[in-house]
Write a protein that binds this ligand. Structure first.
Ligand code: ARG
Length: 571
């Protein structure tokens, strides 16, 4: 990894000039404009400011100590104190040659792997998974894949909502309104109907509210009948979730829902009260953040006045389990932005409770998916969009497009392509947006073959493949990579930056960096392919260019794989 070699030498040079400075965060990044160089660092300017030194003087002193001759043709000081590094062509050739030999693509595994728990998807029992769960599911899965590839120990945990007051209503509904035939045919719809009917009735009728409370108490105290019904609701929901996960190619290491922590909650609450972290207030158990700058007006209730634990108390028990049982060093919670206060409260309470804890806790939050009208995405009838229906529609629409393009393919093949393209498009539309911005759901845009879309990238992969098919290329192990044309060099330099894209995703929990990188890579490939003949080139050049194609295909594939996107054989 050339940039890491340069970085290492740069840090050594900084240490030679400033023995006391922290050089560990002196990084090089790709130059936004290749005219200026291939890599650059702006870190010396910040360092100069810190050290009260003239930035250009500092840069000059660092360059005097810097030896990057194996990789760079030259290093320049630019502007107020940037360093620009120009790679030496032989170093680029050598890096690609090595990747070709090892089959390893341009990233480095973490030197100190961490144990990272990722809590994502986490839908609720007896409710359909809706479009709001899609971002969590897709984002969480992509992050898990990236961290795994980088060598971390990743534990994925689906914290499903399988406990809580809603079961009081559901039990009343199940016992009084259940339609067995519908339950058989569409269990989620039936459970949703039961909940809505009882919820509505309870608003009018105090007796129904009372009934629901009584059923809940029975469930919580282990009544056999209610537990049996609850288990049945869980099974029916889980099989719906599994169906969606199967289609999306997503797996979890654990599915420890809220109910898993139920018998720990009493002790957790007692400990928090004993430690003086929580206090009684109007019958509830509450944590105040009195001297906190932003949360001082938002105390957290961890036991309601009716004695019931809640979402917050469950998350405290969950957090303890992950830190103590799994030795988590980093825990990511992938949910929508409306839960920011909740997680801020939970993290703060936990830190008071376990001041020695060193795990990094991150709420990886995301914005909303909007409909064409700019309002939260709804069905035409104004209902919530169900995830399963969305997957169906993605495949259906992709099938229409595939059929238009390849009317002669048999139906099974067209369906298989449409599955990869449709689901890929849906995932990519989500991942390619900055997760904290809202984005507008647009079928035509996400399925387009042009632009920053999954089909565009999948198509680029199939193009690489078809070059190899047409050329009947078997073995490239003897190829010598020698790049000359500017388009070859630009493509090669982009390949070298795959690792940087992955590191950025991991540092900020933002897969959109990887999407942008792949989009740029595919663009560089197109430019190269238009300017440089491959199969018609002379022997040595042909081998070198084929090698470049092969490495591009490899990175595109690996990158899409990290986003959970399959590449069809042809399109
Ligand atoms: N079930 C919750 C929901 O649908 C998400 C749970 C997120 N994870 C957690 N540990 N609180 O909103």
């Amino acid at each position: 990894m050339i940039h890491l070699c340069i970085e290492e030498k740069l840090q050594a040079a900084v240490r030679a000039v400033l023995p006391d400075a922290d050089a560990s965060r002196i990084w090089v990044r790709p130059c936004p404009d290749l005219q200026h160089g291939d890599y650059q660092t702006n870190a010396l300017m910040a360092l100069a400011k810190q050290q009260r030194r003239n930035p250009r003087e500092l840069a000059t002193a660092v360059v005097a100590q810097l030896d990057v001759t194996p990789w760079c043709a030259r290093v320049e000081i630019a502007g107020p104190g940037f360093l620009n590094f120009h790679l030496a062509p032989h170093a680029i050739n050598a890096a690609l040659q090595e990747a070709l030999g090892t089959g390893h693509s341009f990233f480095k595994k973490a030197t100190t792997p961490r144990t990272i728990v990722i809590d994502f998807s986490s839908p609720n029992v007896a409710k359909p998974m809706h479009v709001g769960h899609i971002r969590s599911t897709i984002l969480g899965d992509a992050l898990a894949r990236v961290f795994r590839l980088l060598g971390h120990r990743v534990i994925t945990d689906n914290h499903i909502g399988d406990w809580g007051t809603q079961f009081g209503m559901l039990l009343v509904g199940w016992k009084t309104l259940l339609d067995a035939a519908t339950l058989e045919r569409d269990p989620i719809a039936e459970m949703e109907r039961l909940y809505q009917a009882i919820n509505l009735a309870a608003k009018e009728d105090e007796r129904i509210r009372e009934q629901a409370r009584a059923e809940l108490v029975k469930l919580q105290s282990g009544d056999a009948e209610n537990l049996g019904i609850w288990r049945r609701m869980l099974e029916l929901s889980q099989s719906q979730f599994d169906n969606v996960y199967g289609r999306l190619g997503i797996q979890f290491d654990h599915t420890l829902g809220e109910s898993f922590y139920n018998d720990q909650l009493g002790a957790v609450l007692a400990e928090l009260a004993r430690a003086g972290i929580a206090e009684e207030s109007d019958g509830a158990l509450v944590v105040f953040f009195r001297d906190h700058a932003t949360m001082n007006d938002n105390p957290a209730i961890i036991r309601k006045s009716d004695g019931a634990a809640n979402y917050a108390s469950t998350d405290l028990a969950t957090l303890r389990h992950r830190v103590e049982q799994w030795q988590a060093q980093e825990i990511l919670y992938v949910t929508d932005g409306r839960q920011q206060l909740h997680f801020q409260q939970v993290f703060t309470i936990y830190q008071r409770w376990h001041p020695q804890m060193t795990a990094r806790l991150e709420h990886v939050w995301f914005g909303s998916i909007l409909g064409p009208d700019g309002k939260p995405f709804k069905t035409r009838e104004g209902g919530v969009v169900k995830l399963a229906a969305l997957l169906d529609e993605a495949e259906e629409r992709a099938l229409t497009a595939v059929t238009q393009k390849n009317p002669d393919l048999d139906e099974a093949t067209r369906r298989e392509i449409a599955r990869a393209v449709g689901l890929g498009a849906l995932k990519y539309a989500d991942l390619s947006n900055n997760r904290q911005s809202d984005y507008t759901f647009d079928w035509d845009k996400m399925l387009a073959l042009q632009g920053n879309t999954a089909p565009y990238l999948q198509y680029a992969c199939t193009r690489v493949r078809s070059i190899f098919r047409k050329g009947e290329v078997a073995d490239l192990s003897g190829a010598t990579i020698a790049l000359a044309a500017p388009q070859e060099l630009a493509l090669a330099k982009r390949l070298l930056n795959f690792g940087i894209a992955l590191e950025t995703v991991a540092a900020e929990y933002r897969p959109n960096y990887l999407c942008n990188y792949l989009y740029e890579l595919a663009g560089d490939f197109t430019a190269f392919y238009e300017a440089c003949p491959v199969l018609k080139a002379g022997d040595a050049e042909r081998q070198s260019r084929l090698a470049l194609c092969k490495l591009t295909g490899q990175v595109l594939h690996e990158g899409l794989g990290l986003l959970g996107i399959e590449v069809p054989e042809k399109m």
